[in-house]
Design a protein around this ligand. Structure first.
Ligand code: 2P0
Length: 335
């Protein structure tokens, strides 16, 4: 066994959304997705395997976690134990640096940090594709949080072929892109991502159209990234997000994550963009909050516009972040 190390993984925002599984056991998504790893939001995790306890233990921000979240952690740990040929339960300690105010899910960074920390603690040497497959077993979006920058998750057709890898982008796009998170609600949503995508996949008459749309959007996004064309990237991301949400409206029973303010912001941004030519595009995940995509020179104008039109919303700005990293246990990781 190697010396224990904390693993750090950053969360991500999808430009092409993952929405629907074709195999819930293997956690295979219905469609390829593509995300941007974010700089300011991450999870640090330390894993220690020990025969001195009977079952896996998981503490998040010093709170013991049980039930379904612990079951997801154990899924990842079981795979690590199988690969390493060990049977010991694990003590998992996690610290989230994903402020509630950012309105971003922490399952992506959490499960990616767990995969990296558990593999390290078990003495496994896994490359990034293998770590992303491990993270996938905890949460689909975590597959994309092993690498930094733009990341594509290949849906694949079995465990070996469903993994993520970085996608190149022409400079200065990666250095220049900014994500402005606009938070209307930090309350837990009524329908979680897992249940929401399952209902959409099982019942929405628009689901087949969604998967086709996602494939077509990805086909257009890759050359746009390769060309560093922010406007194209933003247009594709906004359209993809709205298409995902359209599929939820056509589910049975129908549902939406949008609040009135969500729609007001998306429409307001479209009008402002068209009238003023500001390159700013909206994307929305499984919740009411909006993430605006823009470029660094326009962040101040976007903030002023938000303050004028949505004065009560909380606003957090971030940029592209790195892939996983490691810190020796005992060293302060709160920097
Ligand atoms: C995404 N989301 O691509 C999409 C867009 C939410 C909306 O991935 O069931 O928490 O654990 O695989 O990863 C959220 O889904 O769901 C998500 P599971 P996860 O980012």
């Amino acid at each position: 066994m190697t010396a224990p190390q904390w693993a750090r993984a950053h969360t991500n925002i999808a430009l092409i959304k993952y929405w629907g599984k074709k195999d819930a056991q293997l956690m295979l998504p219905a469609n390829d997705s593509l995300s941007l790893t974010l700089a300011d939001f991450y999870t640090d995790t330390l894993v220690r395997f020990t025969d001195s306890i009977a079952t896996d233990q998981f503490a998040l921000d010093q709170q013991p976690i049980t039930g379904q979240p612990l079951a997801k952690v154990t899924r990842v740990l079981d795979q690590v134990r199988q690969l390493a040929g060990i049977t010991a339960p694990a003590v998992v300690t996690s610290r989230n640096h994903v402020p509630t105010a950012a309105g971003l899910a922490s399952s992506a960074s959490g499960m990616a940090a767990l995969a990296a920390a558990a593999a390290q603690a078990a003495g496994l040497t896994l490359d990034h594709p293998a770590l992303s497959r491990l993270a996938r077993l905890g949460s689909g979006s975590a597959t994309r949080s092993i690498d930094g920058g733009f990341v594509r998750w290949f849906a694949g057709h079995n465990d070996a072929t469903s993994y993520a890898a970085p996608v190149p982008a022409a400079p200065p796009l990666l250095a220049d892109i900014r994500v402005v998170a606009v938070v209307f609600s930090d309350q837990p949503k009524a329908i979680g991502s897992t249940a929401g995508m399952a209902r959409t996949a099982a019942t929405s008459s628009y689901f087949p159209a969604w998967t086709q749309r996602a494939a077509a959007d990805l086909h257009r996004l890759l050359p746009a990234l390769n060309a560093g064309d922010f406007v194209q990237v933003g247009q594709i991301a906004e359209g993809n997000a709205l298409a995902m949400h359209a599929a939820t409206w056509a589910a049975d029973p129908p549902f939406t994550y949008f609040l009135p303010a969500t729609l007001a912001l998306v429409q307001g941004i479209q009008v402002w963009r068209q009238s003023q030519g500001v390159p700013v595009y909206a994307t929305v995940d499984a919740g009411p909050n909006v993430k605006l995509l823009t470029r660094a020179p326009h962040v101040a104008a976007v903030q002023r516009w938000l303050a004028a039109h949505f004065p009560t919303a909380q606003v957090v700005v971030t940029q592209a972040g790195p892939g996983i990293s490691y810190y020796p246990a005992g060293k302060e990781v709160d920097a």
